[in-house]
Design a protein around this ligand. Structure first.
Ligand code: SF4
Length: 255
């Protein structure tokens, strides 16, 4: 007799594609437009680690107000820079990292620019960015996808949680490994990858919560391992009651 399984019949690849199609409809399509300049994307994403969006923005604005420009940030006393970004989680760690990143970019490029990444192959760009202090695969992928339309997939804690619960990746797949696994399951199309990233990010933020996922509102329940394990196969009534689109009254989706 075979061991009982809680997996739903779809393969991980099929779930990933279903997830993309359903959430694309649920949240709506997004255009691939840079949300901020490359240097800002890189430094802001560094500041955002374990920090709310509002506190990240406050830190970024204070830093530029205090020191004027990247040259000023680089020349600032490190304690003063840490004070300017004090709303972030680890200002004393991030301040010297920011200065080291700026120092390297200026030394290599002669200016504070990342525009050269547009012409570099993906792997070279990822390797260069992740060699910077504090820059992991997620931040490097965000910059390359959002600013340079490279076919990479950023996986943050929200995307990772949804992917694990649904069964798009294995229960022990790390965030780092999930970058490769999920990317291999999706077309190498920057627009699709951006939509997949943002939709799953929103889903983890607003529905598939860390402590108590709101499965009643979730359009992924028909093939989600977590749902099956906790509630059994979804009933026709549960499926019929599931919203098909994000409702504005539930809140604002921040890009
Ligand atoms: S059904 Fe529940 S656990 Fe599964 S993805 Fe949706 S909210 Fe998350």
């Amino acid at each position: 007799m075979s061991a009982p399984t809680t997996d739903t019949p779809l393969s991980p690849e099929q779930k990933t594609w279903q997830n993309h199609q359903i959430l694309h409809e649920f949240y709506g399509p997004l255009p691939l437009e840079p949300r901020r300049a490359p240097m800002r994307e890189l430094i802001s994403t560094l500041l955002s680690h374990r920090t709310t969006h509002a506190d990240e923005e406050l830190a970024y604005d204070r830093m530029l107000e205090e020191f004027g420009d990247w040259e000023g940030v680089l020349a600032a006393p490190v304690a003063a820079l840490a004070h300017a970004i004090r709303t972030t989680r680890w200002p004393d760690t991030q301040a010297p990292r920011i200065q080291e990143i700026l120092r390297r970019i200026k030394a290599e490029q002669g200016a504070f620019t990342l525009d050269f990444l547009a012409d570099w192959p993906v792997e070279q760009g990822l390797a260069w960015l992740t060699d910077m202090p504090g820059i992991g695969l997620k931040t490097a992928s965000l910059v390359l996808l959002f600013n340079f339309q490279k076919p990479v997939l950023p996986v943050d804690t929200h995307v990772h949680r949804v992917a694990q619960r649904v069964g798009m990746i294995g229960p022990k797949t790390s965030v780092e490994k999930a970058h490769q696994v999920l990317l291999a399951q999706l077309p190498k199309d920057a627009v699709i990858l951006l939509n997949f990233h943002k939709h799953n990010y929103w889903h983890g933020q607003h529905i598939c919560f860390f402590t108590k996922p709101d499965c009643a509102r979730c359009p992924l329940k028909s093939f989600c391992n977590y749902y099956l394990e906790h509630y059994g196969p979804p009933t026709p009534a549960a499926l019929a009651a599931t919203p098909t689109h994000w409702q504005r009254e539930w809140g604002v989706l921040l890009h």
